[in-house]
Design a protein around this ligand. Structure first.
Ligand SMILES: Nc1ncnc2c1ncn2[C@@H]1O[C@H](COP(=O)(O)OP(=O)(O)OP(=O)(O)O)[C@@H](O)[C@H]1O
Length: 915
């Protein structure tokens, strides 16, 4: 395809969607080019409806991709790009993936945010032939696979949620509708442009659908900037609120939505478009959805994207899960439990009552070690019922999904027994645990049915049968017996034929091409091909070492076997259908039980964590206290332990009304950032309902948490380090209130000293007087400590260090008062800056500290010309080859054995000056 067409193509693809009536895009036009083959015309016609998807076009055992789809997929999957035929004079690029391993390729494409339209052959090629020799087999897109709508076990991460989110708008109101297709969770989160980024950061969706044209609004486009790679713009007509209301009424089969939480127009716009998109991608097979819950944004701690990133709640700054807070606290045993824990961590609560309910459940488990061990053994065996159920309801489930339900319900039964069996258990049970017990429910009939029906280790898919247990269906047993019986008859026939032909090596064999046949070696073939045996034995095939025959008796028997096999298979599939129906009938109760298991998993996991790590229950209330005794940073503590078993130094933090703004000074590497972050993490942990890494903690609920700890360039946004820092600081100073907790680390350091100091100064004043938040402010500007005189709630703290033989030793202890010096040069020395640079820096520092007026740096140049003052830092001129150099000259590397070479390296190292 020429480059001119290429250009038209991309703009076409963006502007056109399949929802326009009568598609007229480059694909539709290409289908009409003279000379296009019927197959290519069909491909182009189908592709014209899915311009923004890669079209997996089924051809036999492969999905083929053509044109730019092929180029994109070949690059993304690292597979060979070839060509097939020509279109309008140009080669058609092509690549293909085998159907049997297509899931692996799909998962790679989905991870790279592609969408795939799966186009299958929907008629038998023989049928197509009847319409004429040139007719093409009918094909249809049966499913759109998009990052937010996958349900397959191997495409999903078992331990994290995969949300599909839709953004609806009605004038200035915004709403996010959220579905997790793999579990049926459906909720609505009202939002505002200002908190859109924070809300999305809380959800980290796999895919975000928005009305086309929304990004034209500058503010919205800025808020959505970080999410651009997962956005699918859809025709704005699909975000109409009255259309949305009708869609929801249809799906939930209700005449009015009044029974649901009252939904605003923005909610309906978002939810309607979401449901419509699901319907569309699943080609009418709607997943089972719970009625939407409307979450109140007020019920959770607001944490913006920058804060989440800086605190590394669920991912580290590099995007990895390992090393995040979640990775350290996650000791859950089930996928659903892990997902629930991540959800709680992403949305800590602000209502002390609800927080304490969660804490009660953790404490309940903590106090009962024996019970907890039993529960954890049972939980470990519990499969992911939520996801199995979703696959079954979409018609994508298999026998193992039924098995997952059975085993999951059995685990629920065992767990319920453990929880309720002890005497008096119900009386002092924590409320959430008691709720979970009642939610586990009673599923005896279904368990029993599935136990009777399924073999112990069923196959993944239904295609080949073999998953129904003998004894479950008389008819099935009979077909199976017939099949076995016929097999026995075949064995008998083989013996008969051996006798008849007097060929003892004669065998009856089976293969997929010619089915059952008589097989003899070439040596005996002649006998069977001559009279009288040739009357019964009909020659089929001659191979190098054997010759194959069929007989009418054998064909009859084979027919019986295959008939019995077919009947058995279709009966098994029928039985599968009824079992799925029986499960789906109880879907609501099963989901509730699955959720209860997840809650218990989280409570027991957090209790286990608390016990192992010596974490304590925080006091959480409505006060404005933030009082932590002996607090630790869970991730740094774990890293120190793993590295060299260094103990973590615990520190207190008390942001009472008179001391609500701590100004912390101290050298680099002394542990300021760690201290700041650990207090933010303690607030998050406490409010998600977990125990905290401290001896004691009293947390008055925090409504918004802000953290600006270190910054880096944001090249994608075209922002320098300083700009990023200022944008984030602006967000804090504009939004934080008296109930907020603010963590600010070294703001203003990315610019000229006085500018930076002035900004930091003004920021502290603003935080103290206007925002009045509880705040930890770490700085290198010792000048700021003067603010203590004018701002009454400012408290000065410093990281303690000790000097020892000119070196600085970090104690990692937070003490009162300001730091006496910054020790920057000592730290630089530790980092390995050359001694001459360190010495020179000391001179410069002395000079700066001693000159107190005028332009210090001009004075510096005059007083301390660099090269005049540093000759002694050059290494003394060598007077001849050193011992080391001599030794090196003597070495002949080619004559050394590896062992000698190693010894030599040790010897050379020993010769280095011992300084
Ligand atoms: N309380 C502590 N107990 C033990 N080790 C600690 C403690 N706090 C910090 N450390 C160790 O010190 C290192 C530096 O800590 P941190 O990054 O918090 O220092 P900083 O003062 O913020 O430095 P900078 O100003 O250079 O960012 C940590 O990586 C950790 O290994």
């Amino acid at each position: 395809m020429g480059s001119e067409t290429e250009e038209n193509l991309s703009s076409d693809a963006q502007n056109e969607t399949k929802y326009q009536n009568g598609v007229d895009n480059k694909w539709a036009r290409a289908a009409k080019v003279p000379g296009v083959t019927p197959m290519m015309a069909q491909f182009l016609e189908i592709k014209s409806h899915y311009p923004d998807c890669l079209l997996f076009y089924r051809m036999g055992d492969f999905y083929e991709l053509f044109f730019e789809d092929a180029e994109k997929a070949a690059a993304a999957l690292d597979i060979t790009l070839t060509k097939r035929g020509k279109h309008d004079g140009d080669d058609i690029p092509m690549c293909g993936v085998p159907v049997h391993s297509s899931e692996m390729y799909l998962s790679r494409l989905i991870r790279k945010s592609f969408k795939v339209a799966v186009c299958e052959q929907t008629e038998d090629p023989a049928e197509a032939k009847k319409r004429g020799s040139k007719s093409v087999v009918r094909r249809e897109v049966v499913r759109l696979v998009t990052p937010g709508t996958i349900t397959e076990e191997n495409l999903l991460d078992a331990r994290s949620s995969n949300y599909l989110v839709s953004l609806g708008r009605a004038q200035s109101d915004f709403s996010l509708a959220v579905v997790e297709m793999s579990t049926g969770d459906f909720f609505i989160l009202p939002t505002k442009v200002g908190r859109l980024d924070a809300d999305l950061a809380r959800l980290t969706p796999g895919e975000l659908i928005i009305p086309e044209g929304l990004m034209d609004d500058d503010k919205i486009s800025r808020a959505l900037f970080d999410w651009r790679s997962i956005i699918s713009p859809l025709n704005a007509g699909r975000f109409d609120s009255s259309f949305g209301a009708r869609r929801l009424e249809d799906i939930f089969d209700v005449a009015t939505l009044d029974g649901f939480a009252s939904l605003t127009r923005a909610d309906l716009a978002a939810a309607g478009a979401l449901v419509d998109y699901l319907d569309d991608t699943q080609k009418g097979k709607m997943p089972r959805l719970y009625p939407p819950k409307r979450l109140s944004a007020d019920g959770t701690m607001m944490i913006d994207a920058a804060t989440r990133k800086s605190l590394e709640l669920t991912r580290t700054q590099n995007g990895e899960t390992s090393g995040s807070l979640l990775s350290v606290i996650d000791t859950t045993l089930t996928g659903a439990g892990a997902r629930l824990l991540a959800k709680r961590l992403s949305a800590p609560l602000t209502d002390p009552v609800r927080i304490n309910e969660r804490l009660d459940a953790v404490e309940y488990m903590l106090e009962r070690a024996g019970l907890r061990t039993d529960l954890r053994v049972a939980l470990k065996a519990a499969p992911d019922m939520e996801r199995a159920l979703a696959r079954l309801s979409l018609g994508r489930g298999g026998p193992r999904d039924l098995m997952a339900i059975r085993v999951g319900l059995e685990a629920a039964r065992t767990i319920e027994h453990y929880l309720t069996a002890p005497k008096g258990a119900l009386e002092d049970m924590a409320e959430l645990v008691a709720d979970a017990v009642s939610d586990l429910g009673e599923h005896e009939a279904l368990i029993h049915e599935l136990e009777r029906a399924l073999v112990d280790e069923p196959p993944l898919i239904t295609r080949d049968g073999g998953f129904i247990r003998a004894g479950y269906s008389e008819a099935l047993d009979e077909y199976r017996m017939l099949k076995d019986e016929s097999r026995r008859l075949i064995a008998a026939l083989e013996a008969d034929y051996q006798k008849l032909t007097e060929v003892n090596s004669l065998k009856i064999k089976h293969n997929n091409v010619i089915g059952y046949h008589v097989d003899v070696t070439a040596k005996h073939a002649e006998k069977l091909m001559s009279a009288p045996l040739n009357e019964s034995f009909i020659h089929r095939q001659t191979l190098a070492n054997s010759v194959r025959f069929s007989t009418s008796e054998l064909s009859k028997l084979a027919g019986k076997i295959s008939e019995a096999g077919d009947r058995a298979l279709s009966l098994e599939q029928e039985l599968f259908g009824s079992l799925v129906a029986a499960v789906l009938e109880k879907a609501g109760d099963i989901s509730i039980a699955a959720e209860a298991l997840a809650t218990l998993d989280v409570s027991t996991a957090l209790a286990t964590l608390a016990e192992n790590e010596r974490w304590t229950r925080p006091d959480v209330d409505d006060s404005l206290a933030f009082e932590v005794t002996g607090g630790r940073h869970p991730v740094v503590e774990k890293a120190l332990r793993a590295e060299n078993d260094t103990p973590f130094v615990a520190n207190d933090c008390d942001l009472g009304p008179d001391d609500r703004l701590w100004l912390i000074t101290g050298p680099n590497m002394a542990g300021k950032s760690t201290f700041l972050r650990q207090n933010a993490l303690i607030a998050v942990l406490a409010q998600m309902g977990a125990f905290v890494p401290a001896e004691r903690a009293h947390v008055g609920v925090v409504d918004r948490l802000f953290s600006r700890v270190g910054a880096s360039d944001d090249l994608a946004h075209g922002r320098s380090t300083f700009m990023v820092e200022m944008v984030e600081t602006a967000a804090i100073l504009n939004q934080a209130g008296p109930r907020s907790l603010v963590i600010l680390d070294e703001i203003g350091r990315g610019t000229a000293t006085y500018d930076g100091l002035s900004i930091a100064w003004a920021a502290v004043e603003n935080l103290h007087n206007i925002n009045q938040s509880r705040a930890l402010f770490a700085t290198h500007y010792h000048e700021l400590t003067a603010l203590k005189e004018t701002l009454e709630a400012v408290s000065l703290r410093s990281m303690k260090v000790r000097e020892w033989k000119g070196e600085v030793v970090f104690l990692h202890e937070v003490g009162s008062g300001a730091a006496d010096r910054s020790y920057g040069i000592q730290v630089a020395k530790l980092a390995g800056l050359p001694p001459r640079v360190i010495e020179r820096a000391r001179q410069v520092l002395d000079h700066l500290e001693n000159s107190d007026k005028g332009d210090k740096s001009t004075g510096l140049v005059n007083d301390l010309p660099l090269f005049q003052s540093t000759p002694s830092y050059h290494a003394p001129a060598p007077s001849g080859p050193s011992e080391l150099e001599e030794k090196l000259t003597d070495i002949n590397p080619d004559q050394l054995t590896p062992k000698e070479a190693l010894d030599l390296i040790y010897a050379l190292k020993d010769m280095l000056p011992q300084d």
